[in-house]
Design a protein around this ligand. Sequence first.
Ligand SMILES: Cc1ncc(COP(=O)(O)O)c(C=O)c1O
Length: 477
Amino acid sequence: MSVLQAINPNVRNMKPLEYSILARQASRINEELRQGVKKPYQEVLDVYSGDPHKGGVKPLSYVRQVLAACLYPQLVNSSKLPVDVKQTAQRLLGGCDGGSVGSYTATMGIPEIVHKVSEFITRRDAGVPSYPENICISPGSQWSLSNILHILLNAESSPRNGVLSPVPCHNTTPMSVTGLGAVVIPYYLSEEQGWELQVGELHRALESAKGVCKPVALYIINPGNPTGHVQSRKSMQEVIRFVSEKKLFLLADEVYQEYVFGEKSEFVSYKRVLSEMGPPFSDTVELASFHSVSKGLPGECGLRCGYVELVNMDPTVMKYIFTRFSIDTCTPVLGQIALDLMVDPPQPGDPSYPLYHMEKQNISNTLIDNAKRAVEVVNSLPGLCCQPLEGGTFAFPRVYLPPSFIQKAKEVGLEPDTFYCSRLLEEAGLLISPGFEYGQKEGTYHIRFCIMTSAETLEEVLRRLTCFHTQFMKDFS
Ligand SMILES: Cc1ncc(COP(=O)(O)O)c(C=O)c1O
């Protein structure tokens, strides 16, 4: 039998990313630029994904210094590194077998780092206790989410299992659900209400699954990707009551927890709200909460590390989780180190603190300014409308595409907003993503771009978008 015939039908059903179309186009354009073809821009500017370093955000010096010393321990004797960097590197190397980042670690992560994560969570949640045995370090939060889904979803189940997933939604989670032979049950976030999650819509979605699949979990992203919405405590309480009543497992993707900037918004974890609600919720609702080094302050997407904390999980299930996670032996050690530094950064009085604090403030001030600037510029353009941004690292404006353009898109066989992004890429050298990638209400179109960039990069993004869009509206209106 050929591989093509043998291929898992669930994998066949996975929706391919629009990125593949646009990435191919971007590499062709880059090649043409290399060959000297004249275009109105010198290079493609890529703000498709939420990759801060790609967008010009500088890595945190403290993180890179400790990583450097861990990779090359002779640096521990260097006078160029601050004392606390050297001490931290020594402490971390002490937790590595053979004193080397080249050794495998325990499956769930280096025990000292797992402890640090649980202390961080307890501090974050104002004292709600967190236990190291409920924490698993993983090569990225997407990896842990996929593997938790692996345990949760029974591929043999009839009817199939279902996962309630937001629309729009960070694209890889629905792919994982489909790839595991389960059904994505869409619930629509309300764009008109700033992308709020409405519990009535959860009930509607659950009802729609009757006769189709057996819902087992609810997936939430808070702060939202791509929406930029931050849930209120009240909304979270409603969600908790809903999952409790319907006996659903709650998957809380909280990777953007460090980025909340709406004037009235604050990040509160699902675990904390659950605990505040008391019994029966606090001791029965099963919850997995995800966080990541990619989306936390270090923005170290390429180091691949995150963690999941499990709450109210049966100890037998924890054993299965351990078995599942052990297939990949362990998480890359440099990622684990970055995680340690994320959850236990320099404190006032430490030699590295002034520089760390300054860099941290720069990153968060730039993000706040970028969010304001993106909304202001986008909303000044006819045919584009962005809801207020309260958190996360993306802008996700709606684009009102003229019917003649939608018709043209159909003729070339592309989704209308993918076609818009393709024209933007060709004419302005700007690579952003189409709303189709994330799901959207029928007949609506969106674009998404990362705002977690340097101020200069964002200005250039907005300049290219403005030039292109102004001409586009002239051409098609
Ligand atoms: C909501 C959300 N969850 C998870 C991830 C993946 O993060 P990681 O790099 O930790 O796998 C992303 C990445 O963009 C995301 O937006």
